[in-house]
Design a binder for this molecule. Sequence first.
Ligand SMILES: NC(=O)c1ccc[n+]([C@@H]2O[C@H](COP(=O)([O-])OP(=O)(O)OC[C@H]3O[C@@H](n4cnc5c(N)ncnc54)[C@H](OP(=O)(O)O)[C@@H]3O)[C@@H](O)[C@H]2O)c1
Length: 296
Amino acid sequence: MKILVTGKNGQLGRSIQKFISNFNYHEFILVGREELDLSSSKSISKYFEIDSHYDVIINCAAYTAVDRAEDEIDLADEINHQVVKKLAEFTNKQNVKLIHISTDYVFDGKNQSLYLESDHPNPINVYGKSKLLGEKAIIETMPNNAMIIRTSWVYSEFGNNFVKTMLKLGSENNEINVVSDQLGSPTYASDLAEAILHIISNDNFSKKSFPTEIFHFSNIGETSWSDFATEIFKISNLNCKVHPIKSGQYSGQAKRPLNTTLSKDKITKQFKIRIPTWQESLKEFLDRNRLVVDLW
Ligand SMILES: NC(=O)c1ccc[n+]([C@@H]2O[C@H](COP(=O)([O-])OP(=O)(O)OC[C@H]3O[C@@H](n4cnc5c(N)ncnc54)[C@H](OP(=O)(O)O)[C@@H]3O)[C@@H](O)[C@H]2O)c1
């Protein structure tokens, strides 16, 4: 299959790049902002006028600045909604399969239990609203052959993320304050990347038409940001005490949902994949990157 991956410089895009040599029976074309600027619908039409012969598009590009989105409403809407609609129109017309990544922030966080794919979304910030509109545009435009994968709390060796921020803060401070009343599941981007590559290589995906559906993917288990930070320090032998604080005491611009732990039952059963627990993946990530942490 010929597979286009957008957002090649982002956490997920770069994590997919790590594994493509294991899937060398596919041809991968990875594009970043330089090759395919997703801030305008016009640039998409122009790009696909030149090369439209893809079997699958994996859309890892997105506007992901949750706090900044509160001020950049139009830009977030353009990239996470309007351009996604344009992409879905193209993939639908050309019979190309689409994997699109969405977020746990489509939920308001009021659930007391794990969020199922069928639960009612009700985003409470601009980023979540723009991502939900992107999901809806795909569902309306592409009745078949799209998979929307919602994920949460993504970290990797690439770019900025919570784990890297904690490693830096933990090595510079003896104590820090971290929010303790927001619950969710961390996602090691490599686990999601491997799952996506496994799914697209499955005959049920590649050889058949399937109805467009939403799936959830994050590491197994639930934690709070403060317990996540404590585990990072424990595994990394950093002597930094975590003081739990309430969301209201943290100065982020966007409101954040309190509980967005996603149920992963659907994706694990349908595609027969085993997802590691968040503690297992965090340990693997930190052990593997121990020597390069100083370079980040
Ligand atoms: N990070 C999380 O915690 C999290 C949580 C839930 C869901 N998700 C979703 O997971 C997916 C992958 O996230 P990620 O963490 O890999 O994001 P990321 O590291 O922020 O990467 C996003 C990529 O999108 C690219 N991009 C943004 N605007 C663009 C534009 N106008 N044209 C072309 N490319 C553009 C960025 O390019 P530049 O590098 O040039 O800026 C960047 O490489 C996204 O759909 C996100 O919404 C992420």
